[in-house]
Ligand binder design. Structure first.
Ligand SMILES: Nc1ncnc2c1ncn2[C@@H]1O[C@H](COP(=O)(O)OP(=O)(O)OP(=O)(O)O)[C@@H](O)[C@H]1O
Ligand SMILES: [Mg+2]
Length: 240
């Protein structure tokens, strides 16, 4: 089964008196259950591709499918629903709200989906506890270390029990030890069945991936199966 795919996706931005083409016909296929790394230099279009896959940005042309749904067949409301119910997001800068507690921050996707904050925070607690954050539920983000803040962000990505996690440089702001902890967490989640697409420009992260896609100038330039690095079932293109 394919969790997400892009076919010949072109993305152009208007502005500055012209159009800039960022994705030049990008095609990828992400098998369900995999942990796929998207690697490439700064500015090559990784974040843009994640935004297109999540339906946050509409591609200029090309086809995107997520969990069996072709995004261009969905209206805005259906795209938002798909995103809220099936996808979790993790960012480099955590994006926590400074005046909300740990539990409240992790609860945000449930609140956005219509749940009361108090009820949503209660639902977020066991997720935070599983991530080792039991002692910090009532703290504010500024009272936490970077690694702890990223755990809150991971809890926030998990609280709606997504099938797919899109992580954009989730370890970019962390030291190497804390980065390894966060990668272990993502790896464990992946082993529980969540598909993970992870953007990084840190090549050493490749050891964690089931598969790396090297991305350059808006195109996929290499597809490396990393099974040699790990004791893992080989993943071939187009199979789950
Ligand atoms: N909304 C936008 N309007 C205009 N140009 C944009 C927009 N978003 C991104 N770009 C341009 O598209 C290119 C790719 O940006 P993108 O953020 O996808 O790169 P990236 O691979 O994620 O880089 P990094 O590793 O630095 O995060 C950049 O040149 C950027 O300036
Ligand atoms: Mg980026």
């Amino acid at each position: 089964m394919i969790a997400a795919s892009a076919r010949n996706v072109v993305m152009e931005f208007e502005g500055g008196g012209g159009r800039t083409r960022v994705l030049h016909g990008a095609s990828i296929e992400v098998p369900a259950g995999g942990l796929t790394l998207l690697v490439g230099p700064s500015g090559c279009g990784k974040t843009t591709l994640l935004s297109v896959l999540s339906g946050t940005l509409a591609a200029t042309s090309g086809e995107v499918e997520v969990m069996g749904e072709r995004l261009s067949d969905l209206d805005d409301a259906a795209r938002v629903r798909l995103r809220r119910r099936r996808i979790g997001f993790i960012f480099q800068q955590y994006n926590l709200l400074p005046s909300l507690t740990v539990a409240e921050n992790a609860a945000i996707p449930l609140v956005t989906a219509g749940m009361k904050l108090s009820e949503a925070s209660r639902r977020a607690q066991p997720v935070l506890e599983r991530l080792g954050m039991a002692a910090h539920l009532d703290k504010l983000p500024r009272q936490l270390s970077g690694g702890q803040q990223q755990r809150v962000a991971i809890a926030r990505a998990l609280v709606n029990e997504p099938a797919l996690i899109l992580a954009d440089e989730p370890t970019g702001a962390l030291d190497s030890e804390t980065s390894a902890e966060v990668m272990q967490l993502l790896d464990a989640l992946n082993r529980q069945g969540i598909t993970v697409i992870l953007v990084t420009h840190e090549a050493d992260m490749a050891a964690w991936a089931r598969r790396s896609l090297l991305f350059k100038d808006g195109r996929l330039v290499a597809d490396e199966n990393n099974r040699k690095n790990r004791d893992l079932t080989p993943i071939t293109r187009g199979s789950a």
